[in-house]
Design a protein around this ligand. Sequence first.
Ligand code: NAI
Ligand code: UGA
Length: 443
Amino acid sequence: MKTAIVGTGYVGLVTGTCFAEMGLNVVCVDIDKNKIDKLKDGIIPIYEPGLEELVKKNYSDGRLSFTTDLASCINDVDIIFSAVGTPPDEDGSADLKYVLDVARTIGKNMTRYVLVVTKSTVPVGTAALVRSTIQKELDKRGLEIEFDVASNPEFLKEGNAVNDFMHPDRVVVGVESEKAKKLLSKLYKPFMINNFRIIFMDVPSAEMTKYAANAMLATRISFMNNIASLCEAVGADINMVRAGIGSDTRIGKSFLYAGCGYGGSCFPKDVKALIKTASEHHVDLEILKAVEKVNAEQKKILFRKLSDYYHGDLAGKTVGVWGLSFKPETDDMREAPSLVLIHSLLQAGCKVKAYDPIAMNEAHRILGNHEAIVFTDDMYDAVLDSDALLLVTEWKQFRLPSWSVMKKLMRTPYILDGRNIYDADELTQMGFVYECIGRAYNR
Ligand SMILES: NC(=O)C1=CN([C@@H]2O[C@H](COP(=O)(O)OP(=O)(O)OC[C@H]3O[C@@H](n4cnc5c(N)ncnc54)[C@H](O)[C@@H]3O)[C@@H](O)[C@H]2O)C=CC1
Ligand SMILES: O=C(O)[C@H]1O[C@H](OP(=O)(O)OP(=O)(O)OC[C@H]2O[C@@H](n3ccc(=O)[nH]c3=O)[C@H](O)[C@@H]2O)[C@H](O)[C@@H](O)[C@@H]1O
């Protein structure tokens, strides 16, 4: 079976590569020529553990190929996956421009049956829109050609994408015909050795499942961040509370970590898009509006704590920042809490010394050149002569620093831990002032 993946971004590249690894013939298509040229040269445009070697291996084995020309491969494949971006429009809704561009190209060029599967995160009704867009193009050409549309949303996480794709908890597939169901069952058959489940359903339910999943995960995080604030106020410890509630199998352990807010390309945009869809249908998603509001406040929490510590007098202070990407194991800076923090620090007149193991270039590109920001080559350089260290992203290399070295380097031994990774007792005993999220402390 031959498959085309349209949109060789994050999801498209992981999907195409993993399908090829499972023995399928895959052509990855993107309109970005620069990206496709780089991939052909073995240069992977994103940082994702384990992906580079799989891309190179499958490309050299001939199962994976790259092109900018969708029209040229439409009639060579049985299934086309559309994995193009669906960025937020000005009003928060998902912009379907790229999804519909792909549909138009298919309708303009197809000469035989094809199954068009949307992998991008799209609002309910998009598959129907893809169908009518393709049909319109066929009508213009005066052709009657059978085709199917389906929805197969993707649930991978950045930083663990290959593993998530190869060992998914489930694969959700929305179909409208037995033919489409058979084709997708066959496509996913090689993955069955990993014992996962395909959940077939109608198309609108599949489209909604993706948003509901991300909205539920974002809700858990904002809920825990909200409870963390209460823990601080009443003298409880959010880490203990997490262990206590997470052991209830009805609640589960995952996605209960309080911190300095969620970021990334998906939770913020998908929560917004779902609220927008709901409002278009006169449904008020009050819970999700609160989830967004709590998260926006949570992204300010490190700055607020720092400001409280220095009684609002931050001008001229030097602040070390560890971790810039929105989470570890990625160079993705989209909606990263570090950006909100750094903007506030600069506005308050601080000098920022920032370090991230992977996202430095991307952070520099986004933040630009600013005389008050230094991007350091080493994590310890970022705390030299600093008045505080703010841990924003919990990369592994930050977990066990040499505290004795840190103590010598810092001007004021003040650690503000935005991801609750350090041992408060150990740091206090060593003479640091330690603060984290959701735990009462004494200064
Ligand atoms: N990034 C992630 O971790 C996940 C993303 N998603 C969803 O998957 C979709 C794609 O996300 P990403 O991969 O992050 O996007 P991305 O922005 O990394 O990649 C999108 C790619 O599509 C290409 N493109 C745009 N129009 C095209 C066209 N007409 N023909 C061919 N290529 C075209 C762009 O050049 C770009 O390379 C979004 O809907 C997102 O919400 C779902 C699960 C995980
Ligand atoms: O639709 C998507 O694109 C993807 O969005 C998320 O994946 P991702 O954005 O890569 O990252 P997550 O691991 O979910 O983390 C998102 C944010 O939440 C934060 N987070 C996560 C977990 C937690 O307990 N607490 C917490 O603050 C992280 O620090 C990060 O900023 C979902 O987890 C994926 O299932 C989904 O496919």
